[in-house]
Design a protein around this ligand. Sequence first.
Ligand code: ATP
Ligand code: MG
Length: 669
Amino acid sequence: MTDSSAAPTSTEAAPGSQGLENLLSEERRFPPSPEFAVQANATADLYAWANADRPGFWADQARDLISWSTPFTQTLDWSDAPFARWFADGRLNAAYNAVDRHVEQGRGDRVALHFEGEGGDTRSLTYADLQREVSKAANAITALGVGTGDRVAIYMPLIPEAVVTMLACARIGAPHSVVFGGFSAEALSSRILDAEAKLVVTADGGFRRGKPSALKPAVDEALAKGAPSVAHVLVVRRTGQPVEWTAGRDVWWHEAVDVASSEHTPVDVEAEHPLFILYTSGTTGKPKGIFHTTGGYLTQAAYTHLNVFDLKPETDVYWCTADIGWVTGHTYVVYGPLINGATQVIYEGTPDTPHRGRWWEIVQKYGVTILYTAPTAIRTCMKWGEEIPGQFDLSSLRVLGSVGEPINPEAWMWYRRVIGGDRTPIVDTWWQTETGAIMISPLPGVTVSKPGSAQVPLPGVAADVVDDDAKPVPNGGGGYLVLTEPWPAMLRGIWGDPERYKDTYWSRFKDIYFAGDGAKKDDDGDIWLLGRVDDVMNVSGHRLSTTEIESALVSHPWVAEAAVVGATDETTGQAVVAFVILRGDATQAADADAATVQDTLRAHVAKEIGPIARPRQILVVAELPKTRSGKIMRRLLRDVAEHRKVGDATTLADSSVMDLIAEGLAKPA
Ligand code: ATP
Ligand code: MG
């Protein structure tokens, strides 16, 4: 094993033991309203269509949703499994599909991007504008010596130029590798080296928490470590901060792109031409350079975006809050929405700048109809209090989505009630950087939804929950989430490391893809995600999920957020240790001291899910360690709980969090 992230660890159950215990039960149900169901893009027929002939179903989607310069005749080639080829003899261009064809078909005046800067500056780009900008950027990037197949690293704030750069790369067939703008020079350097990027596109800086935050110095530092492949750095002027300049290497965007021709012919590529490389969030270990190709990825991006969010391109205003540094930003900010001709909002800044109602103000301002965000954001808004969204008109919203982590049922209920006015369907979408697009999710006009569950594989997707012997668990059982059939947007590998690809995803079970997540099936056969298999705890022979215990804690009115880990314990093998963030007002009102908080919450977990899950210890903290994409990094907390040196924390959003937690623990109670 070269990588531990998806591999079962020694903390797992003894061989032969059956899956995870099924602890928490959730009885609330939300059927789609008849008004929603009747207008929905996706109906129940989709399942039957896909089940009748899965590859044929995907081929139909590929023909319906994507424009091919050379139509494909082959659908799936799985002869070299686990290396898939989809639509392999077809040719197309991703940027043409995302931009030009909308202009050609008379939709050039439709707004593609409403950009909202953190400081309140705004720009709207129509599809015709986007076509001009992308063409200019493609010409400029070509002039800098980048050709089809060369890699381009993108290290930018969430400004229109970032989207333009991604599309310009796609237009010339140069795979992009977007590196989140919050990452350090070191993280950037390792990604530039791994992909052997020829060009780095960046900005002087971006705006964050009301201040300019520099980016160019990190590029300079990363390149100073040595990067023989990089010939040029293209720099957007965003903040106006002074920058160091390396003559001959560095080029201003406004000098190269603004003056370039707005005529450019998209380069046709094979369906299997690499579109991008993207590193995983690093929640469980060292990030992996996942790469995706063109035809299959775009097909599933467009299909899921249209059906899961029920997009009506003429009337909807869509907003996905993810940064382009994450896969969610690739599939559901850039490729899915633009392929479908959507009008969307992109926002540069943080949710609390200049005030905690900023997101809701944006929803009101643009009349956002579809909102897609992460549980961490929802829990943060819960902590801030519902009076804040209550000050804005959110009645335009009609579909809400969640991605990135399991959403605790209480957070789901809050999202629906406070943001969705008790009216909107919620789609809890499970997928990964590796899957490229949504795999498991309710369909908003079809599925009777359950708070906290991603529920059903989408039409065309084959997912299951299996035991140690790869046998599907019965309803009510728990085990490992797997994907049993190839899908169009699946990763084609780990960049430059085919062995690691096979090892990480295909060695745990024969011929099926192991996602690394634990899950259970409820009595209806619906899927509930239970957290990373790496995080599963084994307490006195019982396999307990982090998600269920965390959800039990969050269901207590005092708790805003919780993270649970298993720590070595002499008597029980492992013991549950919980880290909680309290809702300040609630605990103050209850006048609870530390001992009362401990006792109350331990008893609450025992009551909600049983004495076996009662935490040995509950530690109150001010912050939890999270990745830049907002996922809790339990492995670091496990290091703390077991008094070990804290492991790789390069993708941690705020490195001081671990010091604060360690200090808090060192203090006597
Ligand atoms: P690494 O693989 O480097 O540890 P990561 O898994 O966090 O990082 P991503 O690809 O960004 O990187 O995240 C995918 C993971 O996020 C899934 O495997 C799953 O654990 C979690 N996830 C995403 N969406 C959901 C969801 N709706 N419900 C539960 N878990 C989810
Ligand atoms: Mg992962």
